[in-house]
Design a protein. Structure first.
Ligand code: G3P
Length: 218
């Protein structure tokens, strides 16, 4: 399973990349706004900065919600760098745009997926990735992991090449379960990735090893 980081924060992207485990980055308009990146020139430069840190796919989301607007924005984003994947919302014109981008060889990530039917339609349109939002489903008392499992079964039965990119990851258990239920990729904020490192028995075990070593060598 590939690990993407879900942020537009360059320091956090560098930190995850330095671990040697980072396969890509996802952003969205909220994450860009959080970093204070406003205006087309700044946004484009920021995507380039991200592409220069990570050797992997970088999802850049269109703002337009009409077909022509999404195509114009997406073509500009795709021309920025070979690793850019155009992120398109799951709406009617979005599906039309994904079909168009697919026919032009432009890779896409269909975002805001909350049902298996939406994932099926995006795969049919040729999306490179679909992004089911696990945490936001959990927030409204649906089981986000159940959706990952359902899409995984559906894509494997039908032989779709579209990759399942588990998004809206909120904790390390979401990451492990996404791997277990067949996600090809997770995109997560840095804290949940770093939380995978942690176990109290690792900390106490290491402290004991070091203490015993010190005693024996003093
Ligand atoms: O990139 C979209 C996504 O991962 C959103 O996460 O935590 O805002 O639901 P969250």
């Amino acid at each position: 399973m590939k690990f993407f980081i879900d942020t537009a924060n360059l320091a956090q992207i560098k930190e995850a990349n330095d671990l040697g485990i980072l396969d890509g980055v996802t952003t969205n308009p909220s994450l860009m706004a959080k970093e204070g990146i406003v205006g087309e020139a700044a946004v484009m430069q920021h995507y380039l900065d991200i592409c220069n840190i990570v050797n992997g796919d970088v999802s850049a989301e269109v703002i337009a919600t009409d077909f022509e607007g999404m195509v114009a924005e997406g073509e500009k984003l795709a021309a920025l760098h070979e690793n850019i994947v155009v992120k398109v919302p799951m709406i009617k014109d979005g599906i039309k745009a994904i079909s168009y981008f697919t026919s032009k060889g432009i890779r896409t990530n269909c975002t805001l997926i909350f049902s298996a039917g939406q994932a099926l339609l995006a795969a049919k349109a040729g999306a490179t990735y679909v992004s089911p939002f696990v945490g936001r489903l959990d927030d409204i008392s649906y089981d986000g992991m159940e959706l990952i499992a359902q899409i995984s079964q559906l894509f494997s039965i039908q032989g779709y090449q579209t990759q399942i990119l588990a998004a809206s990851i909120r904790n390390p258990v979401h990451i492990v379960k996404s791997a277990q239920f067949g996600a090809h990729v997770i995109t997560s904020p840095l804290p949940s990735i770093l939380a995978l490192l942690k176990h109290p028995l690792t900390d106490s075990g290491l402290a004991q090893f070091l203490a015993d070593h010190k005693k024996a060598n003093s």
